[in-house]
Design a protein around this ligand. Structure first.
Ligand SMILES: Cc1ncc(COP(=O)(O)O)c(C=O)c1O
Length: 409
C-alpha cells in the first residue's frame, strides 16, 4: 500500500541509476587481478548461469551466448536466421533503433508494424496483414513500403511486458517467418504460463546496458533452444573463428592456431563485464521485487485518475519501465514536453520511450513514410512519460515523483 512520507526535496531524483554493490566491485577486482580481462571463463559461466535461470521455467531448455550489446545480439540472431538482401524484417515502429537497424546491416528491408490500440505492443492483426501482403508479392502497406520475402519478425517486449507470443508464433509459422524476440527490457519477464520472455520464439536477445534491469554497463545475451542457431551466433561473434577446428589441432592448453571460417564480427563480452553480470544475476529476484513495489506505488497513486492512464502491467512484467500515459484533457493544458520540463524543475528525471522509428528522418525518407501512418505508436509517443523505477529508490523518492506529477495537474 502506498504511504505518503515527509522529507526534504533538494536532491534530484534521477531517471535511472544502476544498483551496484560491493559484490560487483569485488567481482571486477577479481578479474582485474586475474591477469585475463577479456572473454574467458567468467563469460562462459555467465552464459551457463543465465541459461539455467531461464530454464527453471522455460517450456524448452535454451542455451545462451554472451555478446557485447543487445544490438550485436540482434544482428547475430538475424544473421543466424539467414536474413539477407531481398528479405523483409517485420518490426514494431514503437521501439529503439537497434530493433530495425540490425536488419538493414544485413541488406534486408524493414516493414514497420503499429502498436495495438492502448497498448505498447505489436498489433497482431497488422502483423498478420503485413505478412499476408508480402506473401502475396505485394508491398508491405497499401500505400507502398518494401516488398520481398518476410523472413523474420521482431516482437519487442516493451518495458518488460510480454507480447502475445502464442499469436505471434502461430502467424509466423503460417507464413514461414522466424521469430527473434527483442527482450532488451525483459529480464526477467514471463508470459501467462510463467515461461520467460526470450525463450518463446526462435531466439531471444537481452540487453545489459547501463539502465537495464540487469547491467554489465554494456552487454547482451542471445538465447535459443536451437543449438545450431547458438553455434552460429558463437562463431560469428568472434571473427568467424571456429574453435572446434582450434580444438582439433591442439591437445590441451593454449594454442596460437586458429582458422577463420566465416566473415564474422567482434561482438564478444569481456570477462570484466561478465563478472558484474554474474553478481547482478544473483540479485535479479530482489531487483525485480523492488521495481514491482515502486510500480505498485505508482499504480495506487495514478489509477482511476482522469488525467492519466497507468501502463497495462501484468504479473509477469519485468517493470523495466513505467510509461504513464497522460490523457488529452491534461495535454491540452500542459503539453507532454512541458510536463517533462516542469518535472525536471521539480527535480524529477523522466524519459520518453519511444520516439516511433517511422517518424525518424532516415526511415521516413527510405520508405516514404509520413505522420499518421502508425497512429497508435504516435498516440503513445505524444502522451507518454516514463517515470523512474530503479531499485535503489527510497520511499521518499517514490513519494516525490508522485507528488510532483500531481503538482503538474
Ligand atoms: C527495445 C530495445 N532493443 C534493443 C536495445 C539495444 O540494447 P543495447 O544498448 O544493449 O544494444 C535497446 C536499448 O535501449 C532497446 O530499448
Amino acid at each position: 500500500m502506498y504511504k505518503k512520507s515527509g522529507g526534504g526535496h533538494s536532491i534530484p531524483v534521477p531517471f535511472a541509476r544502476p544498483f551496484i554493490g560491493k559484490e560487483e566491485e569485488d567481482a571486477v577486482l577479481r578479474v582485474l587481478r586475474s591477469g585475463w580481462l577479456t572473454t574467458a571463463s567468467e563469460a562462459l559461466s555467465f552464459e551457463d548461469e543465465f541459461a539455467a535461470c531461464l530454464n527453471q521455467t522455460a517450456g524448452r531448455p535454451v542455451k545462451a551466448a554472451a555478446v557485447n550489446s543487445a544490438t550485436s545480439g540482434l544482428h547475430l540472431a538475424l544473421e543466424a536466421c539467414g536474413l539477407r538482401a531481398g528479405d523483409v524484417a517485420l518490426v514494431p515502429s514503437y521501439t529503439f533503433a537497434s530493433s530495425a537497424e540490425t536488419a538493414l546491416y544485413l541488406g534486408a528491408e524493414v516493414a514497420f508494424i503499429d502498436c495495438a490500440p492502448d497498448s505498447f505492443l505489436l498489433d497482431i492483426e497488422q502483423f498478420e496483414k503485413t505478412a499476408r501482403r508480402l506473401s502475396e508479392g505485394k508491398t508491405a502497406y497499401e500505400s507502398g513500403g518494401p516488398s520481398g520475402r518476410a523472413r523474420v519478425v521482431i516482437p519487442v517486449h516493451f518495458g518488460g511486458l510480454c507480447c502475445d507470443m502464442t499469436a505471434v508464433n502461430e502467424i509466423a509459422r503460417r507464413y514461414g517467418i522466424r521469430v527473434i524476440e527483442d527482450a532488451a527490457h525483459a529480464f526477467p519477464a514471463y508470459n501467462k504460463n510463467g515461461e520467460p520472455a526470450g525463450t518463446l520464439g526462435d531466439a531471444g536477445v537481452f540487453s545489459f546496458y547501463a539502465t537495464k534491469t540487469l547491467t554489465t554497463a554494456e552487454g547482451g545475451m542471445v538465447v535459443s533452444a536451437d543449438q545450431e542457431l547458438i553455434k552460429r551466433v558463437s562463431l560469428m561473434r568472434c571473427h568467424g573463428i571456429d574453435r572446434a577446428v582450434w580444438n582439433r589441432y591442439t591437445s590441451g592448453g593454449a594454442s596460437w592456431y586458429y582458422e577463420v571460417t566465416e566473415v564474422g564480427y567482434k561482438y564478444n563480452l569481456p570477462d570484466i563485464l561478465a563478472a558484474i553480470g554474474r553478481v547482478q544475476l544473483k540479485r535479479a529476484g530482489d531487483l525485480l521485487a523492488k521495481r514491482k513495489f515502486i510500480a505498485s506505488c505508482y499504480d495506487t497513486a495514478f489509477s482511476d485518475k482522469d488525467f492519466c492512464a497507468i501502463p497495462p502491467g501484468s504479473a509477469g512484467d519485468s517493470r523495466h519501465l513505467y510509461p504513464l500515459r497522460l490523457n488529452p484533457s491534461l495535454i491540452r493544458r500542459v503539453s507532454r514536453d512541458e510536463c517533462i520540463v516542469k518535472l525536471k524543475e521539480l527535480g524529477i528525471g523522466v524519459s520518453v520511450h519511444f520516439i516511433p522509428l517511422h517518424t525518424m528522418p532516415y526511415y521516413k525518407n527510405r520508405y516514404k513514410l509520413k505522420k499518421g501512418d502508425f497512429p497508435q505508436a504516435e498516440d503513445a509517443y505524444n502522451r507518454v512519460i516514463s517515470l523512474p523505477v530503479w531499485p535503489g529508490m527510497t520511499q521518499e523518492q517514490i513519494d516525490r515523483v508522485i507528488e510532483s506529477v500531481f503538482k503538474l495537474v
